[in-house]
Design a protein around this ligand. Structure first.
Ligand code: GLA
Length: 386
């Protein structure tokens, strides 16, 4: 494992050696938008971009963390972390400590250094990467044994209970269970990886960042979730076997259209459609049917625009421009939405040329920049004692 940057930062900042180093990747959501908190299914992957967390225990009650982003050391007292402080990035670490306390584990004081290559607030799960990296580091430093799924739930608990975002498990789960060079097909009812799915040979995933900050806590994320729950509740009154939107087919939902608030209905249509597209998408990839898979990616974005209303002009333009270059077979927004990134499935040998194309075309249309990344598919989180 290479966690050199955080390890070096630790040593130069604290004048001693770190004892444990962990690394957790960001993720891309390939298909299955907003399905996770509806007990649904997703196709995702971990990326090469990751967050490193190097640490060593220290006496007392004061924790000190340095970030390579700010170059500053932030301190907090373990007796004073009950409430998150708005805008403080160390909330994601303090929240992990709180979640562990809830599970009966006390995290003693420590010094830590954090270095991350995951773009912030972009839809690549920089916060989940930090939560998982911190959790994995604590597991080795303080002998805390939890399953991979439980570590993912610790991270989700930070979002749900400390930060105030009603997110699902996708981000942390992908960061824990990602597999190098493969997509993971996951079930968020059983919280299991169903199986790994190969990326089409000769294709790469290009990220084009709208650079519209997607701060999900201040977005309508929780409102979207509420709409999904409203429709699921009504559907379960009608059909005893419906526990969540995951159990509703597009046809059954359509037949009940009149019963729902029109906006809630469109939100549910997106989720139900996404679950359907995940099944069809996995099937298409496994049969080598790239045309169908690419079509599903595009349909997913259309549904975000028309039904879920979690896109924005910048993301729509990026996806529209993708059609103007024959290297790209399909594009969609990825992650929570309301800004953040789009993903583009692109012929590998033309990926660089495609990035140049999209950057130029976007700037000339929008008068502002996009940032592109040719993403490698990374391995899930790891930790080592140094
Ligand atoms: C964010 C959330 C995830 C998931 C996605 C949308 O990334 O954190 O739980 O809901 O949005 O699929």
């Amino acid at each position: 494992m290479e966690v050199q940057s955080a390890v070096e930062l630790f040593e130069s900042s604290f004048g001693r050696k770190a004892t444990v180093a962990a690394k957790a990747p960001g993720r891309l959501e390939i298909l299955g938008n907003h399905t996770d908190y509806n007990d649904g299914i997703t196709l995702s992957c971990a990326v090469g971009q990751a967050t490193e967390f190097a640490m060593a225990p220290v006496e007392g009650k004061t924790c000190s963390i340095i970030s390579s982003m700010t170059g500053e050391i932030t301190e907090f007292d373990l007796d004073n972390i009950d409430e998150a402080i708005k805008g403080d990035w160390t909330n994601y670490v303090k929240g992990v400590i709180m979640q562990l306390r809830k599970r009966g584990f006390e995290v003693p004081a420590f010094q830590a250094a954090v270095h991350s290559t995951v773009p912030l607030s972009a839809g690549m799960s920089s916060s989940a990467a930090l939560e998982v990296a911190a959790g994995f580091a604590f597991s080795k430093a303080f002998d805390i044994e939890l399953s991979g799924t439980e570590w993912a739930k610790v991270g989700q608990g930070v979002e749900n209970e400390y930060i105030g975002l009603g997110s699902g498990l996708l981000d942390q789960f992908s960061s824990v269970f990602g597999k190098k060079n493969s997509l993971i097909y996951s079930d968020f009812r059983t919280n299991e990886v169903i199986r790994n799915v190969d990326v089409p040979e000769g294709y790469a995933l290009v990220v084009a960042n709208s650079l519209v900050k997607h701060d999900l806590v201040d977005s309508d994320y929780n409102v979207r979730r509420e709409s999904c729950m409203n429709v699921a509740a009504k559907m379960s009154e009608l059909h005893f076997d419906v526990k969540a939107l995951r159990d509703v087919t597009p046809e059954v939902l359509e037949a009940s259209k009149k019963l729902h608030d029109p906006i809630d209905y469109r939100r549910a249509l997106h989720v139900v459609g996404e679950c359907d597209r995940v099944i069809k998408g996995v099937d298409a990839l496994e049969k080598g049917d790239l045309t169908t898979f690419a079509y599903l990616l595009s349909q997913s974005h259309v549904s975000s625009m028309e039904n879920f209303d979690n896109s924005c002009e910048e993301l729509d333009v990026l996806c529209e421009l993708s059609k103007g270059h024959d290297a790209c077979v399909g594009a969609r927004l990825s992650g929570g939405g309301f800004g953040g990134i789009s993903i583009h499935l692109v012929k590998e040998d033309q990926a660089e040329e495609y990035c140049e194309y999209i950057e130029k075309a976007y700037e000339s249309k929008m008068g502002k920049k996009t940032e592109t990344i040719i993403c490698s598919i990374g391995e899930g989180a790891s930790v080592e004692v140094l």
